[in-house]
Design a protein around this ligand. Structure first.
Ligand SMILES: Nc1ncnc2c1ncn2[C@@H]1O[C@H](COP(=O)(O)OP(=O)(O)OP(=O)(O)O)[C@@H](O)[C@H]1O
Length: 229
């Protein structure tokens, strides 16, 4: 389980995280939801220790972040970090050289799943295919937890559906996923837990199935209730 405890973060004088706490379990998809600028990316970067925190802590399977944590967790940012001149095959080779938990077999399977060609150059990929290549590089890692920042942002409905399908496939299996979004349409049915954020705070955290069964409310219903106040 990933436990995020009372994260506080400022950029200069601007408070971005005002005491964020939530948990994300293995085998579940946890979705961080909030409008632009609420701090979703900052939370993911904090979990990965990519940005210094003012206070708070993150525990991965009960332990504070240490060098072994990175063998358990992969971060898929909202833009591909490989050089545009690289072919997808070069990017895969780079990952294989760099990370010992790179799984080439899964990477090859993901190529087929996303209908990508290994010989294509990153600079020549469409936006949707760039996002799929980006996801491939993260999903092919043998890790217990995946953090995905806005995987559906700005891409067409067919690519969004294709990416959504990956969540129900064995390629995600029983891993723990934290995903951020400000649009829920394609993934509402996939998520196990919703964490609603506003101005750097968690304003509601709930299990989506329980909410449906006990209150008869979808995630979008809860969002309308919470954000339209
Ligand atoms: N490096 C930085 N320096 C200063 N301010 C920053 C920096 N990075 C982010 N911010 C500010 O912190 C706030 C939270 O940003 P963050 O990217 O975490 O939000 P977000 O919820 O992921 O937004 P989006 O949905 O647009 O991706 C924003 O107001 C943003 O302008």
């Amino acid at each position: 389980m990933i436990e995020v405890r009372d994260l506080k973060k400022r950029y200069g004088f601007k408070k971005v995280l005002n005491g964020v706490s939530f948990t994300a379990k293995k085998g579940e998809i946890t979705c961080l939801i909030g409008i632009n600028g609420t701090g979703k990316t900052t939370i993911l970067k904090s979990i990965m220790n990519l940005t210094p925190l003012h206070s708070g802590e993150v525990l991965i399977d009960g332990a504070t972040l240490n060098k072994h944590s990175y063998e358990k967790i992969a971060y898929i940012p909202d833009a591909i970090t490989m050089l545009p001149s690289m072919r997808i095959a070069d990017a895969m080779e780079f990952m294989s050289d760099f990370y010992k938990n790179w799984n080439q077999e899964r990477a090859n399977e993901l190529l087929g799943f996303f209908k990508l060609k290994a010989e294509d150059r990153i600079s020549q990929l469409s936006k949707g295919n760039t996002m799929k290549a980006n996801m491939l590089l993260g999903l092919a890692m043998d890790v217990d937890y995946l953090l995905m920042d806005e995987p559906f942002s700005g891409i067409d409905i067919f690519s969004r559906e294709q990416i959504a399908n990956v969540f129900t496939s064995h390629l995600v299996e029983d891993r723990g996923v934290i995903i951020t979004t400000h649009e829920l349409n394609e993934i509402e049915h996939l998520i196990d837990k919703a964490v609603l954020l506003d101005e750097g705070r968690v304003i509601k955290e709930f299990n989506t199935e329980d909410m449906r069964e006990q209150e008869g409310m979808s995630v979008v219903d809860v969002m309308r209730e919470v954000y339209n106040k």
